[in-house]
Design a binder for this molecule. Structure first.
Ligand code: F6P
Length: 345
């Protein structure tokens, strides 16, 4: 037994569906162990400002499958705010928090790793639709985002067919193309353009021309927001508090280039926040329960400074420092498989 009496939980960075399933399971599991749990409002911002909410079985009972996060989120980097880390340590001490569970993407986990060095017992949880975290098969939110992408895109395909239109659908994912490759295969798209492999626009144009000559005048390409063009770049220059480039909208430029090259102007759709909202995917909800189980086991066994992953549907552990050392990216085989299923004309 680790002697933990009180835990606190925060969710940071971009929200995603199935976080609430995780929160619900964790609260129920910890209550069963007689461990109290607090919710920190809006990520590290709430820790700095001592904004805390009580969580118990009654509060979380009806959260299954709901979107968003009941404790709120934000992109707050305490290491960029003077005096913030001291305030965080004070909040942890004054609320008698023995362990801090931080669910989020690379930025949230990086802060959790640093707080561990300050002496805080942190446990990380990979929570991002991007699925770009090492040490876990999937992160919370990924499957829900794929579900949303597939559902939204299917609503548009009939119109593309009716109008003989090509369409570029932009999805999120930052520097990783998991959302694009997964949805491209499910949708039978012509291809997935992802950040891991520079886009060869001439080859893409050739593919479109070949396909149209073969009589297939509609088309669909799934495009990651972080793509780079061979020999050039298409990136915005605005950055957030963690230094991440603000992405989104890259497909408009790509559609113009294709139009200039072959006289075919693809329709463009940027799915944006539809990807992060709404009811959770069932498998995502299920995995969230396994993540909560892993956190409960770590608390009971006194394992801190690690991120709980889920590997082969079982909880696993990776030191936070290793989980954030680099981002997880799509490998060549997966990329080529996704594209081989689309380039068939
Ligand atoms: O990291 C999750 C994510 O949804 C990325 O895919 C995307 O680039 C980013 O968040 C969008 O950030 P924001 O919520 O700040 O617009």
């Amino acid at each position: 037994m680790s002697g933990v009496k009180k835990a606190a939980l925060l969710t940071g960075g971009g929200d995603s569906s199935a976080i609430n399933d995780f929160i619900r399971s964790l609260v129920i599991m910890l209550q069963r162990e007689d461990i109290g749990i607090l919710g920190i409002r809006n990520s590290y911002k709430g820790l700095i400002e001592n904004r805390i909410m009580a969580l118990d079985t009654g509060t979380v009972d009806t959260l299954c499958g709901s979107g968003g996060t009941i404790v709120g989120t934000s992109r707050t980097n305490p290491y960029k705010i003077e005096g913030a880390v001291e305030k965080i340590l004070k909040t942890i001490e004054s609320n008698h928090i023995d362990v801090l569970v931080c669910a989020g993407g690379n930025d949230t986990l990086t802060v959790a790793s640093k707080l561990k060095e300050e002496g805080v017992n942190t446990i990380g949880i990979p929570q991002t639709i991007d699925n770009d975290i090492l040490g876990t098969d999937y992160s919370i939110g990924f499957h829900s985002a794929v579900k949303n992408i597939v559902e939204c895109t299917r609503m548009m395909i009939s119109s593309n067919i009716a109008h003989d239109k090509e369409m570029l659908v932009e999805v999120m994912g930052r520097e990783s193309g998991f959302l694009a490759v997964r949805s491209a295969v499910i949708l039978g798209a012509g291809g997935a353009l992802i950040p891991e492999f520079p886009v060869d626009v001439d080859a893409l144009c050739e593919q479109i021309k070949r396909k149209r000559r073969a009589g297939r005048k509609h088309g669909l390409f799934m495009v990651s927001e972080g793509i780079k063009l061979e020999g050039g770049q298409l990136l915005a220059d605005e950055v957030d508090v963690f230094g991440n480039v603000k992405l989104g909208g890259i497909v408009y430029g790509l559609a113009d280039i294709i139009d200039r090259k072959i006289g075919v102007k693809p329709r463009v759709n940027v799915l944006g926040y539809t990807q992060r909202g709404g009811e959770a995917d069932q498998y995502d909800s299920y995995l969230s329960n396994i993540f909560a189980l892993g956190v409960t086991e770590n608390i009971n066994n006194g394992i801190f400074g690690h991120m709980v992953g889920v590997v082969n549907e079982k909880p696993s552990n990776i030191p936070l420092a290793d989980a954030i050392a680099q981002i997880k990216v799509v490998d060549r085989d997966t990329y080529e498989f996704a594209n081989s299923m689309g380039d068939i004309w």
